[in-house]
Ligand binder design. Structure first.
Ligand SMILES: *Cc1c(COP(=O)(O)O)cnc(C)c1O
Length: 353
C-alpha cells in the first residue's frame, strides 16, 4: 500500500488530480479510445454522459425495461424522461420494433444496458440509433472486457459508462468512468463532474452549473491497482463462469442462456432461464440458502414494474417482465471452493423445486 501512503502524503492538495489523470490515461489506452473521464460512481458516469450529450429537460431516452434502477435514476437526474423498451420474445434485451415504435420528436438517445456482461445484438441496436439520429450511450457497468464482434463494450456508442463499485470487474470500492472519442463531449463531462470550474467546448468556466462527481485520489490510486490486474482477473472470471455452468450441468427446468452471435462476454454473471413454476420464489429461496442472484438477492424487477417508476406512467413491457421473472443471474465468485459449493446448491435446490 505504498501507493496509498504516497497519495495521502501529498494531501492537502485541493486542486490535485494526479492519480485520477493517470487512471484516465490508462483507461483510455486500455480501451483504445481518445478520452476517459473518471467519476465517483457508475450512476454518476451515466448522468455525466447524458449531460455531456446535452440531454436534459424535455428530452426522452429509450432504455430497456430489462434495466437496473440506477440507469433509470441517472436519466431522471439528467432531467430527461426514461421510456422503457420491451425485451424480445425470447428475452433479448431490446425489442427493436418496440424501440422504433417509441421514437418521437423528443427522443435523443438509446441507452442499452449490458446486464451480466452481455450485449445481445448490439449491432442492430447501433444501426437503429444511427438511422434515427439518436445518441447511443452504453451502460457497460457490468461489462468491463466484454466484446461484441471483437470490439470492447462501452467503446461502440458515443459514450460508454462504467462502474468501479465493489463487485465489478475493475474496482476501487466505489467509483466510475466514461469513455468517448468525442473531444467536446469529453470536455463537457470533465467540466460537469467538477462544478464546471473548467471551461469546456465553448462554454467558459462557471458559465453553467455542474456537480461534484470527482473520483477521490485514494480511490483513483486503488482503481489503478485493480486495472493493472484486470487481464488476469478477466481470464479467470470467464473461465469460472463457464465452469459454473458446466458444474451445474443438465438440470430439468434450468437452461443456460446461450451467448448471442458476436458476443464475447466477460463472465460477470452466469445466466440461466428458469422453466419452472414460481421462478421468483425460487430465486429468493436460492438467495436464502446462499446463492447470491439478481432477482432473489437484489429484487431485480422489470423497470416498468418498479414502484419507484410508477410516477413515470411507463408502458407495459410483458416480455421484459417475463424475462426478469425467469432469470437466474449469479455473479461468478473468484474462489474455486465457493464456485463448487454454489454449483451444488443450484443443482440440488432446483432439482427439488
Ligand atoms: C453497478 C451498476 C450501475 C451503477 O453503478 P454504481 O457505481 O453503483 O453507481 C449501473 N448500471 C449497471 C448495469 C450496474 O451494474
Amino acid at each position: 500500500m505504498a501507493l496509498l501512503e504516497r497519495v495521502v502524503a501529498r494531501m492537502p492538495d485541493p486542486v490535485g488530480r494526479e492519480q485520477a489523470a493517470l487512471l484516465e490515461a490508462e483507461l483510455a489506452a486500455m480501451h483504445g479510445v481518445a478520452h476517459a473521464i473518471a467519476v465517483s460512481s457508475g450512476t454518476a458516469a451515466l448522468h455525466t454522459a447524458l449531460v455531456a450529450c446535452d440531454i436534459g429537460e424535455g428530452d426522452e431516452v429509450l432504455l430497456p425495461a430489462l434495466a437496473v434502477i440506477m440507469t433509470v435514476a441517472a436519466v431522471v437526474q439528467a432531467g430527461a424522461r426514461p421510456v422503457f423498451v420491451d425485451a424480445g420474445p425470447d428475452g433479448e434485451p431490446l425489442d427493436l420494433a418496440d424501440a422504433a415504435s417509441k421514437i418521437t420528436h423528443r427522443t435523443r438517445a438509446l441507452l442499452p444496458i449490458h446486464l451480466g456482461g452481455r450485449s445481445g445484438d448490439l449491432g442492430a441496436v447501433a444501426e437503429l440509433a444511427a438511422s434515427a439520429g439518436l445518441d447511443l450511450i452504453e451502460d457497460a457497468c457490468q461489462a468491463h472486457g466484454s466484446r461484441y464482434r471483437g470490439r470492447l463494450l462501452g467503446t461502440i456508442g458515443r459514450a460508454g459508462c462504467f462502474s468501479l463499485k465493489d463487485g465489478k470487474l475493475i474496482s476501487s470500492g466505489e467509483g466510475g468512468y466514461l469513455l468517448t472519442d468525442d473531444p467536446d463531449l469529453a470536455a463537457r463531462a470533465a467540466a460537469f463532474q467538477t462544478h464546471w470550474q473548467i471551461s469546456a467546448a465553448g462554454q467558459p468556466a462557471l458559465s453553467r452549473l455542474g456537480t461534484n462527481y470527482r473520483l477521490a485520489e485514494p480511490l483513483a490510486a486503488l482503481a489503478r491497482v485493480s486495472l493493472a490486474g484486470f487481464d488476469k482477473r478477466l481470464a479467470r472470471r470467464r473461465h469460472a463462469a463457464n465452469r459454473l455452468v458446466d458444474l451445474v450441468g443438465d438440470v430439468p427446468g434450468l437452461a443456460p442462456i446461450p451467448v448471442a452471435a458476436g458476443e464475447q462476454p466477460n463472465g460477470y454473471s452466469a445466466l440461466w432461464r428458469i422453466l419452472l413454476p414460481r421462478p421468483r420464489r425460487l430465486c429468493r429461496h436460492l438467495a436464502e440458502v446462499g446463492v447470491i442472484n439478481s432477482v432473489g438477492t437484489f429484487d431485480l424487477r422489470a423497470a416498468h414494474l418498479h414502484p419507484a417508476c410508477r410516477p413515470l406512467h411507463p408502458a407495459l413491457c410483458p416480455h421484459a417482465a417475463h424475462a426478469v421473472d425467469s432469470l437466474l443471474a449469479v455473479p461468478v465468485p473468484d474462489d474455486d471452493a465457493r464456485l463448487a459449493q454454489i454449483a451444488t446448491l443450484i443443482k440440488s435446490e432446483v432439482s427439488a423445486w
